[in-house]
Every structure is written in structure tokens, then in C-alpha cells.
Design a protein. Structure first.
Length: 245
């Protein structure tokens, strides 16, 4: 069995060592970098499965690294490592397409749980799932939105998982906690529900018709959560029925 390849980008030697040791001991194939430039190079290597990214880094900061990763590898899972109290950084990182975050100081157990959850999502068995949104076709396996020959967009692993979850429950609203538990598999706290909001905001931007046609892809259900909008329609509806309905 081949183990997942992880890249750890962190400039503080003690934290980097702790993270690398914990991951290596679990059997992951881990490489490390102490600054943003070296880290970006390693993250963009062909066979990387997941990146752990500190935000405050010498040479190139984590936001810039994340931005570059998202340009050439929109679906590569990225978990950001943030300092306690820097909520703005977390929100900014999630807005830029990070899949998840852990707050320093974190335990090895917490880190491993987050890494496993993100990897589990990206290795999920292929399901047939395509949907229509206005003139666009959304292929959730390929994580692609096709508006026309020339206009295409890509979804991250997390974004396509959320979209699939909304489609699977499209006759009702799903709560932020449900989304968190299903997608991230973690216990929920007040702060973490914002993770969902950030991903939904990013998804909505990606689901905007470049021609400006107004489409209702994802509805906000006040004081509850979200729901697939009337313009987001599964192509093969049978596959999306909830068995408990
Ligand atoms: Ca740092």
C-alpha cells in the first residue's frame, strides 16, 4: 500500500519537527520546508496528496503560497496552521480555498484527525454526479463547471463535497452543523461553523454565471443553514434521493 505524500511548510523548527514526526510515525510520506518559496516548490511537485501550510513564513507568506497552489492545483487539499487568536487569518485562508485549519498549539491527535478527514474526502470512491445550473453542467467527479467551451471553472475537493451533500438533500435545508459533521467529521463549535460559511461564499462565487445570468444555486435558510437552490438541478435525479425521505 502506498502512503499519502504530505508536505509540511512551517518555519518554526520545533513545530515543524513535531508535525513531521507525528505524521511520519503514522506512516505518511512527509517532506518539509522552512520557508514559502521552498514550500511552494515542494507543494507543486507531481505526487503530493496534501499540504500543511503555516501562514507567517519567510520569503513568501502562506497566503501567497496558497494562492499559487490554487492557481495550478485547484483540488490539492491544503490545511492551514494558524496562531491562536488570529481569526482573520483563518477566515482569509478559508476564503482563499484552504480546506481546513488547525490552531496552534495543536495536539498530534487533533492534527492527525484533520489530515485523515481531508484525505478521506479526497479519496472518496467515485459516484456519478452531474448537475445542471442554468446553461452550465457541473461534473462533481471531475470537479468541473462547464459554462461553454471557453468558460470553465474548477471546484476544490471540499467544494464539490459540499455541493454533492446539498444535492443529496435538496428537498430540505441542511444545517451548518450537519455540513461540518458530514464534510469535516469533527465536533462543532461556534467558530467552526464559519468554516462552512466561508466555503459556501467561495462556492457561490464559482457558481456565478460569467455572462451575468442571475441563478439561484445555493439558498441561505435563516438561522439554520443552506439548501440547494431552484436552479441547481441534478441530471439524474434518482441518484440524489435521500433514502430516509
Ligand atoms: Ca511561522
Amino acid at each position: 500500500m502506498t502512503s499519502a505524500r504530505l508536505v509540511v511548510i512551517e518555519d518554526e523548527p520545533a513545530i515543524r519537527r513535531g508535525v513531521v514526526d507525528a505524521l511520519s510515525a503514522t506512516g505518511y510520506d512527509v517532506s518539509e520546508a522552512a520557508d514559502g518559496e521552498a514550500g511552494l516548490k515542494k507543494a507543486l511537485a507531481a505526487d503530493v496528496d496534501l499540504v500543511l501550510l503555516d501562514l507567517m513564513l519567510p520569503k513568501r507568506d502562506g497566503f501567497s503560497v496558497l494562492n499559487e497552489i490554487r492557481k495550478s492545483k485547484p483540488t490539492l487539499p491544503v490545511i492551514i496552521l494558524t496562531a491562536r487568536g488570529s481569526e482573520d487569518d483563518r477566515v482569509r485562508g478559508l476564503k482563499m480555498g484552504a480546506d481546513d485549519y488547525v490552531v496552534k498549539p495543536f495536539s498530534a491527535r487533533e492534527l492527525l484527525a484533520r489530515v485523515e478527514a481531508v484525505l478521506r474526502r479526497s479519496n472518496r470512491p467515485v459516484e456519478t454526479c452531474t448537475a445542471r445550473l442554468g446553461r452550465a453542467t457541473i461534473d462533481l467527479n471531475r470537479r468541473e463547471i462547464v459554462w461553454s467551451e471557453e468558460e470553465r471553472g474548477e471546484l476544490s475537493e471540499t467544494e464539490s463535497s459540499i455541493l454533492l451533500f446539498l444535492l443529496q438533500h435538496r428537498h430540505r435545508a441542511v444545517s451548518r452543523d450537519e455540513i461540518l459533521t458530514h464534510i469535516w467529521g469533527i465536533e462543532t463549535t461556534g467558530l467552526e461553523t464559519r468554516t462552512v460559511d466561508m466555503h459556501i461564499a467561495r462556492l457561490r462565487t464559482k457558481l456565478r454565471d460569467p455572462n451575468g445570468e442571475a441563478l439561484e444555486a445555493i439558498l441561505t435558510v435563516r438561522s439554520h443553514g443552506y439548501m440547494a437552490g431552484p436552479d441547481l438541478v441534478p441530471i439524474d435525479a434518482d441518484q440524489y434521493e435521500e433514502s430516509s425521505a
